[in-house]
Design a protein around this ligand. Sequence first.
Ligand code: GAP
Length: 491
Amino acid sequence: MSDASLETIVSLCKRRGFIYQGSEVYGGLAGTWDYGPLGVALKRNILNLWWKTFVENRDDMLGVDAAILMNQKVWQASGHVDTFTDPLVECSNCHNRFRADKIDISKCPSCGKEGTFGEPRQFNMMFKTPFGPTWGSFESDDKNHVTGKLEVKDKEGKVVSEFTIKEKETNNSVMVYDTNAKVYLRPETAQGIFTNYKNVVDSFYPNIPFGIAQQGKAFRNEISPRDFVFRSREFEQMEIEYFIHPDNWQESFEKWVTDIEAFLKELGLPDEKVHKLEVPDEDRAHYSKRTIDFEFDFPIGREELLGLAYRTDFDLMNIQKASGKNMEYRPKDGGAAFVPHVIEPSFGLERAIMAVLSAAYTQDEINGEKRVYLKLPTHLAPVKVAVSPLLKNKPELVEKAREVYRMLKNPPDDMPGPRNLYQGAVMWDDNGNVGKRYRRQDEIGTPECITIDFQTLDDDTVTIRDRDTTNQARVKIDDLKTKSGFISQKR
Ligand code: GAP
């Protein structure tokens, strides 16, 4: 049985060291999350699987890692400065702010008063930050009012400009800077790919169709971050811009649907929880001619997991216009040069993590006792195997267990099996009794536990326990060098 509530997943993540609230010790910072030791391992396993699947294992893909801070012209040309907005409303009674399209605006969800919302205004979600030294800043007082005067002087100290701020109402400080020295924290990794399209073509001249992939942080000043990591203000994307001849867009789009479906299986997501939504014209992003949202049955309901969009030549044409640089691709067969069109699969890492954890969450009963375990695919499990002495106060058992642990954790170069199977994701665990250890390892999704007991001292065998069935087998330590108990039979 699975279908855990969001609260259950959040609590497991915190308790077991997957994900913590960002800046928690200071009361938190809304929409930010920190990854603990197991969370970072899970995250890297997903990132690596994605990179291997879509970049390393293919011969039509190249990777980039662009700077997060980009020239502001990027976001003017892409349309984000003008249109990357959500409708914002503010309650005139309690002054809380909401996304107008996510609430019933006839009644404030916070104070309950009716008719307190005016017309929504478009709120741009890009984080802005001064680039280089600012000119000055004003803090608001306890009534949220900012007043002040700022003088800008030349090298001789002569005042060349003066700014006066009168009773500006704000919840933040007011920062004064040269607007030419403003940058945005990127709201998508995609533009770092488009701005490097020409560089990559000049360096590699790949055959078309080809793709450029990037993984990295993105930032959105969401009006209402919510639902754990699902809608965060800082998150990670894994994006591909796949450059094609416009005549082939439909065929290429369909191929990407299939490739994405195969990847979601690798994440261990059950088919029946994945749904494709053909996004209607009025809901599509400003750059897209066709979009399919891949949705997942999250604990919060059916929501977008990732998107697949036909972005046409929108971005390259905008760059060509704004930069004056030619974005055309010259076909190698001597055909006419053209500006490529683009199919864009866009994955969000946090949503993938949430889907993987909620799909893996399982409850069953072993010998009349309830048990929780994460049925993670082995290749995603943060810990592949835990090694324990049966009793931690018996030095001979501890010593033998340490020997086995070291062998699996840092296998010699010529040891074939576990090196590949366990990939160093081996945990030493001597906390509590063996039953508690198994439960803890089950809860973090460790596929196998190895226990060293008194029989080990006699015959050099250990028990290996399988997470999903809880079956145990006795295996010779020597055999661990070439094969494992259960893990080799699993994906
Ligand atoms: N380059 C296209 C693009 O960014 P998007 O639909 O706005 O498209 C793509 O975002 C994916 O990024 C989403 O499907 C989702 O997985 C993830 N994402 C977007 N906003 C997010 C947020 N605030 N928190 C977490 N993930 C987010």
